[in-house]
Design a protein around this ligand. Sequence first.
Ligand code: NAI
Length: 245
Amino acid sequence: MKFDNKTALVTGSAQGIGFAIAEKLASEGALVVIADIAEEAAKAACEKLKSSGSKSDYVSMDVSDFAQVAEKVKAVIEKHGGVDILVNNAGITRDGLILRMSEKDWDMVLDINLKSVFNCSKAVARSMMRTGGVIVNVASIIGQMGNAGQANYAASKGGIIALTKTLAKEFASRGVRANAVAPGFISTAMTDKLTDDVKGKMLEAIPLGRLGEPADVANLVSFLCSDESAYITGQVVRIDGGMVM
Ligand code: NAI
């Protein structure tokens, strides 16, 4: 299988898009480490993968905490012999217009969505450079377009895109590729909380006429993690049903 003997660390993979990515990589042979702040949910996700015959482990960590990530990722590397694939997927929203947005909500979203990518990529870098590897970061079309009411989220996702290109340039000569995916409107807990009015307007803007499924994103991430994309690095691939062209 594609990812036989590979270890993948997927952040924020206890549910939603992250879990779909974990399921997909595991179904293709990877040992997937579910890394999430929600410990019980991470454990349950890991058990679910194992019960379908896949290899899995879990680690509870707050991706925004530099020291904690360094310590926990080091333990994962020691236990499993390295991390071949890192998917930086954990992310949150704390929406509001700039005039009403608190400093706390700005900092929280930037720390969990963007600083986390620095924290986790740095934590795996030395080990990954020894054997080669792949980093895939989950950005968003909002990081390219901007969006009223999402200053913190848009800035964090735009930052992920810039960071991805920098990772790609710094790590290419060491056999490590880095790419980003930019999903549009995907059906998960994050989008469930939007009002029907907002959902209706979004749907009208999607040429393919449906919300994306977490599995749609997982298929793309799997391609970018595999040798089938061996000549692709520093790219941002949109997966949005044609919302942005
Ligand atoms: P979700 O809310 O269903 O799942 C997010 C996961 O991240 C949860 O398991 C949560 O426990 C975990 N998490 C949150 N804070 C964390 C922290 N500090 N440390 C570790 N784990 C943490 O969200 P969803 O929709 O699956 O989103 C996943 C990623 O996809 C996010 O980066 C999001 O911004 C991005 N995305 C989602 C879109 C959508 O329409 N759902 C569209 C574009 C991007």
